[in-house]
Design a protein around this ligand. Structure first.
Ligand SMILES: [Zn+2]
Length: 406
């Protein structure tokens, strides 16, 4: 992951000053001006004028074959308060304030228009709109009647706003996003290179991994934990079975029923897709993370504290396995070896020495080692050593996973 360095381009801020419209002028032309203002400001309705300005911007962009700008309600509200409180400042300080408050804008243009008549204001808005950048996506408009009945003004902010991070969007080819680091709460632009099949995003500010994504069999990205859909195959267990034996039975069933195959015979990571438990059970095949997801999902559904671990196994390189915490012991369940003795409890102290994890995940979230340069000591659970991130659910993606599981 390479962070995009935000560059703010302040595109020719257009200021239409009202130097001629001052009190002295008002006194001299009192009669005429009062007539205009009382007609117009008597019925001044900010919402209506803002809508008319938005229409002007729309037709201006339409004329130069540019897409309509979407309203940014949060920016509009913030701007309105600032103007209401009289803290708008000059255009340059306003621009800096927008930039501070809304870091999801990578390009920005701010203008303030003033005029004795609404019609003239609309005309100026049209001229401003026809100069706006093609890449711009959003707008916020605040119109008001000026103090001392000096006419009307509006402040327009337009800019290019990065889409909020959503794994589902990623699959559709949007690779630039704005994302809030859930660990240090600082916002940042991020770029995900195309064709990555699984990717961990690391915060450029607090240097901790905070998102782990993988591609499903339909080519869509999901948070790793969303592959644990809550699936358990129909199964009956002997009455009075111990929890340890129940775990061993489930493990044995997965090891014996899933044949280990690589997604891509050439080992090409670009073609590596993750399967849900239901898909793996149906196919009867999968690679290490597929069988681990199947096993962990089933164990979690039966009430076990289980996680999928991703890391490396000795000389074999990247690998996935399952860890389970039961009665104060940690077990490490390997799913890719049909020769494994599934009647012997795989205590981590007996079998775990060559497995070194980078991260783990369960149904709720994703855990990464706080300090991966410290030698691995086999502790999979300590909060002092593991950082947990619970991703914001993306409803469309969660639904897609549920559909796949049917
Ligand atoms: Zn951070």
């Amino acid at each position: 992951m390479k962070p995009i360095y935000l560059s703010f381009a302040f595109l020719g801020t257009l200021v239409v000053a009202s130097a001629s419209l001052n009190f002295r002028w008002l006194t001299e032309s009192q009669h005429w001006l009062r007539a205009v203002i009382s007609n117009e400001s008597g019925s001044f309705n900010g919402d209506v004028v803002e809508k008319r300005i938005a229409t002007q911007l729309l037709s201006a962009r339409h004329e130069v074959h540019q897409a309509a700008l979407k309203p940014d309600d949060a920016l509009r509200e913030w701007l309105g308060k600032r103007i209401e409180n009289g803290t708008m400042g000059d255009l340059s300080s306003l621009t800096s304030a927008v930039q501070m408050q809304f870091p999801n804008y990578v390009r920005l243009a701010v203008c303030s228009l003033q005029s004795p008549s609404v019609e003239d204001l609309l005309q100026k808005a049209f001229e401003w709109g026809s100069q706006s950048e093609k890449s711009f996506t959003h707008q916020a408009i605040v119109a008001s009647a000026r103090s001392a009945r000096l006419g009307f003004e509006c402040v327009i902010v337009t800019g290019e706003r990065l889409p909020d991070f959503q794994p589902g969007q990623l699959s559709r080819g949007h690779d630039n996003f704005y994302i809030l680091c859930p660990l240090c709460h600082r916002g940042q632009a991020c770029e995900v290179p195309p064709l990555m099949r699984s990717v961990t995003l690391e915060c450029p500010q607090c240097h901790r991994p905070y998102v782990m994504l993988a591609v499903d069999t339909k080519g869509r990205y999901h948070h790793a934990n969303e592959f644990l859909t809550g699936y358990a195959p129909p199964a009956r267990f002997p009455a009075g079975i111990t929890r340890l034996n129940e775990m061993l039975l489930i493990w044995n069933s997965v090891v014996q029923s899933i044949r280990y195959v690589l997604d891509d015979a050439d080992g090409n990571e670009k073609n590596d897709a993750w399967q849900t438990a239901a898909e793996t059970q149906k196919l009867g095949t999968g690679d290490c993370e597929d069988s681990s997801i199947y096993l962990a999902d089933w164990l979690i559904a039966r009430g076990f504290n289980a996680r999928v671990a991703l890391g490396h196994y000795a000389e074999r390189g990247g690998h996935a396995w399952v860890i389970v915490q039961l009665d104060g012991e940690t077990y490490l369940l390997e799913c890719t070896n049909p020769e494994v003795n599934t009647s012997r409890p795989p205590l981590i102290k007996d079998v775990g020495s060559r497995y070194v994890p980078d991260c783990t995940f369960d149904r709720e979230g994703f855990y990464s080692r706080k300090n991966s340069s410290v030698p691995w000591d086999g502790d999979y659970w300590s909060q002092a050593k593991w950082q947990r991130v619970i991703p914001t659910p993306d409803r469309t993606v969660a639904k897609a996973v549920a559909d796949t599981a049917k």
